[in-house]
Ligand binder design. Sequence first.
Ligand SMILES: O=P(O)(O)O[C@@H]1[C@@H](OP(=O)(O)O)[C@H](OP(=O)(O)O)[C@H](O)[C@H](OP(=O)(O)O)[C@H]1OP(=O)(O)O
Ligand SMILES: Nc1ncnc2c1ncn2[C@@H]1O[C@H](COP(=O)(O)OP(=O)(O)OP(=O)(O)O)[C@@H](O)[C@H]1O
Length: 485
Amino acid sequence: MQLDKMDENDWVYHGEGNKNLVVAHLSRVLRLLKYPAEDSENPPQSAEQAFRQIQNIVDFSSNVMSILLGEKFVHSGEVVKLPLEFVRQLSIKVQHERPGWRCDKVIDIYSGCALSLPNLTYPVLHLSTHTPPLCVEIKPKWGFLPSSKHVSKDIKSKVCRFCMYQLYKVATGKWKKRSLYCPLDLFSGNKQRMHFAIRQLIEEPQNNLKIFKGGQCIYSRKDSDDSLDLNSLLHHLRPYFLQGNNRFNCHMTNKAVLNDFIQVLMNALLSSEGREGGPVNDRHAERQSYCDASLFNKERSRQGSQGLPGDSVLSRILQTQMLDMRDIEELYPLYHRVEQHLQDFPKQRARLHIEGPYNKEFLEMLQKCPAEDDGSVEYAATKVGIHQYLITKTAKDCSIMVALVPSSDKEEEDEGPPPFTSLVSILDLDPKPFDSILYQLRLDQTIVSFYLQTRSALPEDSVSSHPTICAAPEKEECTLLFHPV
Ligand SMILES: O=P(O)(O)O[C@@H]1[C@@H](OP(=O)(O)O)[C@H](OP(=O)(O)O)[C@H](O)[C@H](OP(=O)(O)O)[C@H]1OP(=O)(O)O
Ligand SMILES: Nc1ncnc2c1ncn2[C@@H]1O[C@H](COP(=O)(O)OP(=O)(O)OP(=O)(O)O)[C@@H](O)[C@H]1O
């Protein structure tokens, strides 16, 4: 990439989240900061601050998250300085492709800073074949129930945050339809539960699932009420699954295509080598962790527990999320202690690395932290305190990208999906701001009280387990939740 010869016509809109917009050009992407539209005339930070913010993201990803999640999964990228005219033209060019609900923020066109990353939807893997890679992005969210003594509402240890939050999101219009995906099913390592969870993601992707082919998004929910085209997805997927052993002339039902696709995706998520194909060993004992709101039939999964392979992407994310099992209610007093201290001694913000930098000194500070609470601000801020909690917050909001290309390896069996090579990565590993903790506490209270109120007003089976719906992939009734195709 020649930074002095950038042409906006080479770059295409690729996607965006709450804080960044991403454009792609073949095997690279540029991730540009966004800020609230009302600040568009008056950028909230200088070019130097923007540069430092992105450098902080790179350092946090490479020095902290990559160690916890595994280097093979993490691509931290590098900060680049782009010509301002290029960014301005790019911003105009992509505007009409942006989803309406994201337009409350605008691209930072003043700093010229961006994060340059490999395009994970168009990995080098595909170069060995003429077939465009398939790529699945999953934002799995929180995979466990808090086990803190300080939880004020019992429901938090029975129903997961994602499932509770769904009722609030639908009621406030963020999404039109409730998602029946439950992260605890995906993270269970039990193949039936995982299969069920992935089907729910396909049925209602919200912002938790996107599917790409050849680097282009072919399946996602862009707005709360846009239409989803499952037929078109199946049309894209079918050729990949007809290529297997003895299948060239076989008729495959849509259900079989979808089951194969989910199977291949699960294999990649459970692979303990980063690249699919090797034997799965070093399994964790399955965490007997069930969410009462999941529609998966618990009795079925108890028959065949598998657990997550130790080095699989799901296991690494879950372990990182669980570094801090404390609930926000238990964490808040520690935040309060640090906040009070910073009010009295504002210059200590830098010493305590409240906004980074995430360098050697930061890691040393985490290691030196006292093991027991001695009432100090160091304890509250560091390893067992705020920083550790914020690290787990990043792991609760990251996404997994699974790139798949048909493999030429011949396999003996005629059964099962054709072989694929996969490349699994984790993205969106930005540090979460210290100041978000008060907001987190309030949001948590809102989600829980809304869930309790709404649940009591709804019929029993609309929010809790429903024994007649199960996820056995081989059974006909597993099409139950799908629209006709
Ligand atoms: O708090 P949550 O669980 O709603 O997560 C936010 C996400 O909402 P979600 O529920 O996944 O739709 C939210 O995603 P959306 O904007 O809803 O797509 C962001 O990821 C947000 O992170 P950040 O503040 O931009 O760094 C996320 O906020 P934090 O992870 O910073 O709390
Ligand atoms: N390296 C990459 N390769 C390919 N696509 C990417 C890459 N990084 C991001 N994307 C795409 O861009 C989208 C937005 O990126 P990202 O999730 O980092 O934004 P964000 O604003 O930080 O999100 P959030 O809402 O979680 O804060 C992703 O959902 C993904 O589809």
